[in-house]
Design a protein around this ligand. Structure first.
Ligand code: ATP
Ligand code: MG
Length: 273
């Protein structure tokens, strides 16, 4: 049942040659047999998961299915008990957020962790302030902030206004832009549109497409299947902490995905990738 992923990890030319799969569009992240327990709760059981470079992967499932728990095993916020993780073809161990960041994985959590009283530039460079001599190079940071936001076609009125005065969608944009400052290879977004209106959601979906255009891998957790159809390339369904189906967008109906989420039908036998 896990043949494809297991072959990729154990038989893959990448581990043998050490070639960087980021150049062939292969999986940037590959996880096999991930399990995680919280006391009596088995939150994840033998989960397989992968995301390719330049791919938007939607991670879906009901409340409590294990989505956030799986993300935390990647981001280092809550390491897996068991399983194998490979990144860019190399086996890796992620036990702390720093491990994840050092690999080039950026996670944007739902609370965004922005500093409301600081302006956009300060938020983008928080903790990474550029220094020229002793003084922080504000001019350079402002220039780079404007460039970054322009490259994302972000609609932010000014990079010198406090984040508190931005809309929800604009704040989400700033949080995603901030995750790009470290030049990650994989960006993880936990329900990026959950609190947003229609127009703001469209803006964030557009931004996700731009991340893909840059060749980044993106994992998006969402409950909105219309949104999945609009932006994702592939869908991975978790149910009760286990793989419950995997679909290519366009090859499955929303009914199929819902049936996998609820367990009305069993898709674990393998649906076309
Ligand atoms: N820190 C924790 N301690 C104990 N149990 C936990 C902890 N974190 C998660 N769980 C349990 O693990 C299971 C998976 O939870 P998780 O938060 O990963 O689900 P989810 O798919 O993200 O759900 P939601 O859509 O509601 O965010 C749940 O049964 C949850 O109660
Ligand atoms: Mg969650």
């Amino acid at each position: 049942m896990h043949r494809r992923l297991r072959d990729g990890v154990h038989g893959g030319r990448n581990l043998v040659t050490g070639a960087d799969p980021t150049h062939d569009g292969g999986p940037i992240l590959e996880m096999v047999g991930i399990s995680k327990r919280f006391g009596a709760v088995q939150a994840l059981t033998d989960v397989d998961f992968s995301v390719d470079q330049g791919e938007v992967l939607a991670l879906v499932g009901d409340n409590g299915a294990g989505k956030s728990t799986l993300i935390k095993t990647i981001s280092g916020a809550g390491p897996a008990d068991d399983g194998i993780i490979s990144f860019a073809g190399e086996k890796v161990v992620i036990t702390r957020p720093q491990d994840s960041q050092a690999l080039g994985i950026a996670t944007v959590y739902q609370d965004l962790a922005l500093c409301d009283n600081l302006d956009v530039v300060a938020n983008l460079f928080l903790g990474r302030e550029e220094r020229r001599g002793a003084a922080i190079d504000e001019v350079d940071m402002e220039r780079r902030s404007s460039e970054l936001l322009r490259s994302l076609a972000a609609k932010i009125p000014s990079v010198r206004i406090p984040v508190a005065s931005l809309s929800g969608g604009q704040r989400q944009t700033v949080a995603i832009a901030r995750s790009l400052i470290g030049e990650p290879k994989l960006v993880i977004l936990d329900e990026p549109t959950a609190a947003l209106g229609v127009a703001q959601t469209a803006q964030v979906l557009d931004l996700i497409r731009r991340l893909r255009e840059r060749g980044l891998a993106v994992i998006v957790i969402t409950h909105n299947l219309a949104e999945v159809d609009a932006v994702a390339d592939r869908i991975v369904v978790l149910r009760l902490g286990r793989n419950a189906g995997e679909f290519r967008v366009g090859e499955a109906t929303q009914e199929d995905v819902v049936a996998a989420i609820t367990g009305a039908k069993d898709y674990t036998g393998g649906v076309a990738r």
